[in-house]
Design a binder for this molecule. Structure first.
Ligand SMILES: Nc1ncnc2c1ncn2[C@@H]1O[C@H](COP(=O)(O)OP(=O)(O)O)[C@@H](O)[C@H]1O
Ligand SMILES: [Mg+2]
Length: 290
């Protein structure tokens, strides 16, 4: 079952000189975990906005093509219907905070209130999402007193509390130190276990390789690669598009170049690397005996 589909979409912002995306098509299956990568300005955030209907709904400009959410044309869906299906975490967590609520608890409850859900149901849902994200201690704080990293987690909580099937998450760790990043990825791991459909824009390749099953690379207004994670993140052409390969893949590629030997596969995760190099050592040991 398709969760999202984009057909031949092109877009230019109202004040933009040229199109940002040109004739983009892609499909996201239910349960997919798709990472979107690409250099700054390659249109990752724009693509997220298209998938969520903010383009052309909110941002005008020149839009062509079609977007489908679970098979329905997004044009025919109300903003409320889209909001229930798709959770959206903005790149800038300062945008996400409503500005009308005085505590984190009420901030996280805001979306549910807007849906007209009863207070009796809202309280346990907010309480449990704060617990799940390990931010219960922030419940009574004022949203403006939070650090960038805390806001990023509150933004995630506000979206997750709605329990949407599809999540679009735009650079959730941009404000975070490695520890904070790890916490966000724990949340993302949780979402993956719940079999949510996830579109994640992220620069940290080691994290993408660990979680995403598919990678889309944008550059030059187009989709350059759209393939399984292990295929994209071992492709030596990727750095030509302003994106690094995972450190461990670079090690694998460098090994092949320097030794002239082929590895069973180029590793993209630490686990891959351990098994690839273990096998290699065993082969070398048995070659040595013969
Ligand atoms: N609101 C806007 N109005 C005009 N141009 C925009 C707007 N937002 C983004 N752009 C331009 O569109 C291109 C893609 O931006 P964006 O989607 O934010 O890229 P990314 O998220 O990959 O960094 C950039 O050239 C950027 O300057
Ligand atoms: Mg962006």
């Amino acid at each position: 079952m398709k969760a999202l589909e984009v057909r031949n979409v092109s877009y230019r912002y109202p004040i933009g000189k040229s199109t940002v995306l040109e004739d983009i098509s892609l499909t996201v299956d239910r349960g997919d975990f798709v990472a979107v990568i690409g250099r700054n300005g390659s249109g990752k955030t724009t693509l997220c906005n298209i998938l969520r209907g903010f383009i052309p709904g909110f941002h005008k400009g020149k839009f062509q093509g079609e977007v489908f959410v679970e098979g329905r044309n997004i044009d025919e869906m109300s903003m409320g219907e889209i909001a229930i299906k798709i959770g959206f975490v903005f790149q800038n967590p300062f945008i996400q905070v409503s500005g009308v609520k005085k505590t984190v608890f009420n901030e996280v409850a805001y979306g549910l209130e807007n849906l007209g859900i009863e207070r009796d149901e809202i309280i346990p849902r907010v309480t449990s999402i704060l617990e799940e994200l390990k931010i219960s201690e922030l419940a009574d704080k004022h949203p403006i007193d939070l650090s960038g990293g805390q806001r990023q987690r509150i933004a995630l909580a506000s979206v997750l509390v709605m329990d949407p099937d599809i999540l679009i998450i735009d650079e959730p760790t941009s404000q975070l130190d490695p520890q904070g990043t790890e916490k966000v990825f724990e949340i993302i791991r949780l979402l993956k276990e719940k079999n949510k459909t996830i579109i994640l824009v992220e620069h940290k390749m080691d994290l993408i390789s660990e979680y995403a099953n598919r990678v889309i690379l944008l550059d030059d207004k187009r989709i350059i690669f759209d393939d399984k994670t292990e295929n994209v993140l071992t492709n030596e052409a990727v750095p030509n598009h302003g994106v690094n390969l995972p450190q461990i893949a670079k090690v694998g590629l460098a090994y092949e170049k320097r030794t002239g030997k082929k590895l069973k596969r180029i590793p993209t995760t630490i686990d891959n690397a351990v098994s690839v190099f273990k096998e290699l050592l065993q082969e070398e040991a048995s070659d040595g005996r013969n």
